[in-house]
Design a binder for this molecule. Structure first.
Ligand SMILES: [Zn+2]
Length: 217
């Protein structure tokens, strides 16, 4: 028997959503039809294994999601990229209260940073990853000689730390940070364990999520 085409699986999924989920949560969708008020800008990798609403157990309308390869946010530059527009819209128009940047284990972008030959046949990917060469330089300066999965994990973690710093260069965020109306959080998601570790307030150390939760209570 031939395997079902992915597009068929998608369309059948839409039908199940419309017939089963949509009527069940009709009130939510009716409310959302006329506007959105997400509380969080969630920046993460395009990786298919990261499903923000699933891992945070949030509903439609709660997360304003920005995804790209490697959850990279270049420092602010007036002429720059799509990320700046997403950040401005989230911070100025939507008034999000939290910004989460979420990296993850086994990240293909970080593997590409570690071994540039893996991406040399993809000029656009190569060019995009150049925005994160500082991450590789920082890891090599601190831990030269790391190899394999350890090196990739180290890049994953440093990448989140670097992107937190880059985010602060965006005026739309800097203004909101200045009056304490937004908070930033660096997360690292472990795909195989289903867990999150979070950076401490100084972005120095990754702590188990439970530690941060206890501080919030
Ligand atoms: Zn990734």
């Amino acid at each position: 028997m031939s395997e079902k085409r992915p597009i068929r699986r998608l369309l059948e999924g839409v039908r199940r959503f419309h017939d089963n989920e949509f009527p069940h949560d009709h009130a939510i969708f009716e409310h959302l039809a006329s506007g959105q008020h997400p509380h969080t800008l969630f920046i993460t990798c395009a990786d298919s294994r990261i499903v923000p609403e699933l891992i945070t157990q949030t509903a439609p309308g709660e997360l304003f999601v920005c995804r790209n390869i490697g959850n990279i946010v270049p420092p602010y530059n007036r002429s720059s990229c799509e990320d700046s527009a997403v950040i401005e819209y989230a911070c100025i128009e939507l008034g999000v209260k939290e910004i989460v940047i979420c990296g993850h284990s086994d990240c293909g972008a970080m593997k590409g940073l570690h071994m540039p030959t893996k991406t040399e046949h993809m000029p656009a990917v190569n060019s995009w990853l150049r925005n994160a060469t500082v991450v590789r330089d920082t890891v090599e300066a601190a831990n030269s000689g790391l190899e394999g999965p350890e090196a990739v994990q180290s890049l994953v973690e440093q990448n989140v730390r670097t992107q937190l710093a880059n985010l602060r260069t965006h005026p739309a965020i800097a203004t909101r940070l200045a009056d304490n109306s937004v908070e930033m959080h660096g997360w690292v998601y472990n795909i195989g364990a289903g867990t999150i570790r979070v950076f401490d307030a100084e972005d120095r150390e990754l702590l188990p999520m439970e530690t941060l939760l206890a501080q919030l209570q």
